[in-house]
Design a protein around this ligand. Sequence first.
Ligand SMILES: N[C@@H](CCC[C@H](N)C(=O)O)C(=O)O
Length: 289
Amino acid sequence: MNALSNRPFLKMNGLGNEIVVLDLRETGHVVTPAEARAIAGDARSHFDQLMVLHAPKTPGTDAFMRIYNTDGSESAACGNGTRCVAWALLKDGTRDSLALETRAGLLPCRRVDATTFTVDMGPPRLKWDEIPLAEEFRDTRMIELQIGPIDAPILHSPSVVNMGNPHAIFWVEDASAYDLARIGPLLENHPIFPERANISLAEVRSEEHLVLKVWERGAGLTRACGSAACAAAVAAARKGRTGRRVRVTLPGGDLLIDWRESDGHVLMTGPVELEWEGRFAPELFAGAA
Ligand SMILES: N[C@@H](CCC[C@H](N)C(=O)O)C(=O)O
């Protein structure tokens, strides 16, 4: 019998970003890429990201999280999923805050109201080798890509930001003019991104408002991506196109992003929703090592 058979899970969403929360703090089991793909392949437990809780590694934190994309690959950050985990761990109402950890660092979370949470996503990393990029660019506010198959010139000059995961933000007048499902995979896998990248099309509507569409590394088109919203807000402020506090509108709704002046951390505030609770059917893992 697979270690995940009959394990309970929560199917949630963070602004439409499909999230499954799986609590393995009391087991030593580490989900394999094949198990993650099997979970994603079932309609009841389909996810953009699977948030797996493990026993804390650092004193004072509540859990260490491993984060899986639909394709079974791992990410060190997921803003929308982190809010969902915060909801799950704070829902008994005894506390209003907690600290989670991923391999990218600590993520303090705070409840704003019953379904709204703020996550401290930490400081952005902005040097070319921190994104990472395959070649040196001194200024990551705008890099130049050599692209054969993509004909729109504007898509050659993204800003790049690492928010615990790599993001490329392409500035456009009208995101709906681009077929992100077609160009997303080409850009995600461009050789300049040795670890691939999350790809955003960003419109600057005002000094306080961005509109974003995201093709996620390992997951494809999603209704929202929290770390992409943080990355776009940082990139827009660095270019002088917005202030440090912005509303970011994604297909699933709005996130509030504050690139805090005092310590350079990025705070993300947004909603969560519990859709249902389930258990993994043993048949799901037939053939998944
Ligand atoms: N949806 C997430 C980001 C997910 C991680 C990403 N696909 C990656 O591999 O980097 C969010 O809300 O931040």
